[in-house]
Design a protein around this ligand. Sequence first.
Ligand code: BDR
Ligand code: CA
Length: 311
Amino acid sequence: MKKIPVWMDCDTGTDDAVAIMLAHSLAELDLLGISTVCGNTTQDHAFHNTHGLNGLMGTAYPVYRGAEKPLLKELLISTAFHGENGLGNVELPIPENAVFLQEKAWDALYACASRFPQELRLVATGPLTNVATAFLKYPDLPQLLHSLCIMGGSAGAGNITPAAEFNIFVDPQAAEIVFHSGVKLVMFGLDVTLQEMLTATDLEELRLSGGKAGSFTHACLQCALQSVKRYGLNGVSMHDSCPVMHLVHPELFEGEEAGVVVETRGSVTNGKTVTDLYSDKQFPFKNALVMLKVDADAFIRILKKQIVSLG
Ligand code: BDR
Ligand code: CA
C-alpha cells in the first residue's frame, strides 16, 4: 500500500494533540514532519508539547519551530480551554532522545513538499502564520502541494467572537494570504467540526481502555470539558481531527465549493471567513471546498478506535 504523505502544522493544544495521535495511528498515512505555531498556546509550549507527544507515542517525528507571534496582531492564547500549557495542564516530558532541529518550519515544509511534488497533504490545525510565511517565502509552494486541509473559519457563527473562529481570528492576515494563494484548499470550519464531540462518557471509556493514549486523551480534555459545561455542552469537539480523518475517510464528509474571503479590517467581524454559500450574489471565484456535514457517529467511533489502538 502506498502511503499518503502528510505534514502537520499545529498549535499543539488539546485537540491538536488528539489529531496528531490520530494521524500517527492511521496506517494509510505517512506523517513526515510536524511544525509548530503559536495559537492555543505559545510557540515554546506548542514545541514542547509536540516533542512530549513523540515521547507518549514512542515516535520520533521531526518537529520544527515556526512563528512566535501572528504576522501583524498581538498573540492571543486560549488558556481557559487548553490550560496554562496548552495540554489542559497535563505535562508530557520531552523524551531523552529528542532532537531539537534548527531548521525553521517554513523551510522544512518547503523541502518536504519539493521531495513529494503534488503529493504532500498539508494539514493545518492552528492559526495560518507558518503556512502564510511559507507561501510568501516560496511562491511556488501552493502549487507544489497536493492540497491544504485546514481547521479554521466558519460559514456561520464564530466561537472566539460572534463572527470569527479562533484560528482565523488569531491571524487573519495570514489566513487572507492563504485563502488567496491558489492552493487547493479544504476548509473544516465550525459548521462541520461542531457536529461531532467526545462526550464525558467517551472520555471515561478511553481512560478505562488501559492505554497511555486513552488516559492522556481523558486527562488533557478535562479542562476543556469544564470550560464547555458553561455553555451547557457535555462534550468537546475534536475540531482538529476532522482534516486528518478526511484524508483516510472522505466518505464521512460533505462539502461545497465556495468563494471565501477573510475579513481583516472589520472591528466586529475581524477574522470572519465570509463565504458566498448562502448569498444570491456570488464572489467571482471558488477558492475553497467548505465542509458542511460529517457523519458524527462514525467519526467518533473511528477516532476512539484509533486512539485505543495506540495502547
Ligand atoms: C480551533 O481553535 C483551537 O482552540 C482548536 O485547537 C481548534 O484548532 C477551534 O476553533
Ligand atoms: Ca488547533
